[in-house]
Ligand binder design. Structure first.
Ligand SMILES: NC(=O)c1ccc[n+]([C@@H]2O[C@H](COP(=O)([O-])OP(=O)(O)OC[C@H]3O[C@@H](n4cnc5c(N)ncnc54)[C@H](OP(=O)(O)O)[C@@H]3O)[C@@H](O)[C@H]2O)c1
Length: 348
């Protein structure tokens, strides 16, 4: 099978590429930069911007299936940046798939598409899209998911996966920031008694994408549907954060503030950055404070039933793998974007 993975050099995309190449698929990727770790896997890299229709068409030509991981992630930046990459880029990809006769499109969405700031406890995919969003990223992901699912047809089967809070070896996002803040002694957790979240280990999230690819064809149960993908092990934010810190060889967070203080403080910091330093990402955002003080865990029965998804790597096993990875790399979290050497191969 010839599969294109957009964003194949990213955190999740690279783990998907590893699984696909390990089982002998012909894998190519689309992203703006070359990713040396993909060369080692024998992956063909198409340097293109997802916003450029011609570049996307060239990358999709000759492929049978597409896994769409590319996105502008993060919770800071102008709305148009999120819309152009996450919405217009996804529309470009669907158009290219239809022109090239691609029959399967697996889209990486996000559970944030249903999170409006309230508690989500064990909800399934019948939960409606949020009516208001606390950041441009989830708003853009919600539109992208809708257009992917609306594109499902006899010619092109589509499915959207909503992996929640991906973590593990190779994380260039949350873990490096968490570790940096912990080393500066700046970590404070909001008190959120009774609130639980779910997350997903990167290897499990990647496996869900491969399972979705296999389960997808026009008219199959997965076609035109969205699925939550998690560990199915709801835990407190403190347990998750302290687990990650422990894997990095750091002590747990001991300082706590009331939830309302965390939310008001984050709003004040965000407002200050918006006024004075709009190009810099604040150390804490409103959406992060809301996510840290609400429950958001999901019923993944549909993914188990339709995709055969099982979170094979437990949270405890994942943390052990992360600890081994970090200690093999001198305890430094991976971030090839910070001018460090390319991220070495990882075991999803
Ligand atoms: N990480 C999470 O916790 C999480 C949770 C839920 C959903 N997701 C979703 O999972 C997917 C992968 O996320 P990730 O954490 O792996 O993010 P990531 O590491 O930032 O990977 C995203 C990739 O997209 C590529 N990309 C970004 N803008 C592009 C553009 N304009 N044109 C072409 N390629 C572009 C980037 O490659 P280049 O820089 O080389 O272009 C990057 O490697 C995203 O769709 C994200 O929304 C992530």
């Amino acid at each position: 099978m010839k599969v294109l993975v957009t964003g194949g050099g990213g955190f999740l995309g690279q783990a998907v590429c590893r699984l696909l190449t390990a089982r002998g698929e012909h894998v190519s990727t689309l992203s703006r930069r070359r990713h040396p770790a993909l060369d080692a896997l024998g992956v063909v890299q198409h340097p293109a911007d997802i916003r450029d229709p011609d570049g996307v068409r060239a990358a999709v030509a000759g492929c049978e299936a597409v896994v769409h991981c590319a996105a502008l992630a993060g919770m800071w930046g102008p709305a148009h940046a999120y819309r152009s990459v996450n919405v217009a880029g996804t529309a470009n990809l669907i158009d290219a798939c239809l022109r090239a006769g691609v029959t399967r499109l697996v889209h990486t969405s996000s559970p944030s598409v249903v999170h409006d700031g309230g508690d989500l406890e064990g909800v399934d995919e019948s939960a409606p899209y949020a009516r208001r969003f606390l950041a441009h990223y989830p708003a853009s992901k919600a539109i992208a998911e809708r257009i992917v699912l609306a594109a499902d047809s006899d010619r092109l089967a589509t499915v959207a996966l909503r992996p929640h809070l991906i973590w593990g070896p190779g994380d260039p996002h949350f873990l490096p920031r968490l570790v940096a803040q912990a080393r500066r002694g700046r970590l404070v957790l909001p008190r959120a008694p009774g609130k639980r979240i779910d997350t997903v280990y990167v290897g499990n999230a990647a496996e869900a994408h491969v399972l979705a690819l296999d389960a997808l064809a026009p008219g199959t149960p997965a076609a035109g549907r969205a699925y939550f993908i998690t560990q199915d092990e709801p835990i407190t934010v403190a347990a998750w954060v302290n687990g990650l810190l422990g894997a990095a060889g750091l002590p747990p967070v001991t300082r706590h503030v009331p939830a309302c203080v965390a939310r008001m403080g984050a709003a004040a910091v965000e407002y200050g950055y918006w006024l004075a330093r709009p190009r810099s990402q604040p150390p804490v955002t409103r959406i992060a404070a809301v996510q840290a003080t609400t429950s958001h865990w999901f019923d993944i029965s549909a993914a188990r039933r339709d995709l055969g998804y099982v979170p094979r790597i437990s949270t405890a096993d994942g943390l052990a793998r992360l600890a081994a990875h970090l200690s093999a790399h001198a305890g430094r979290p991976d971030d090839d974007r910070a001018g460090r050497p390319p991220v070495p191969p990882i075991q999803p």
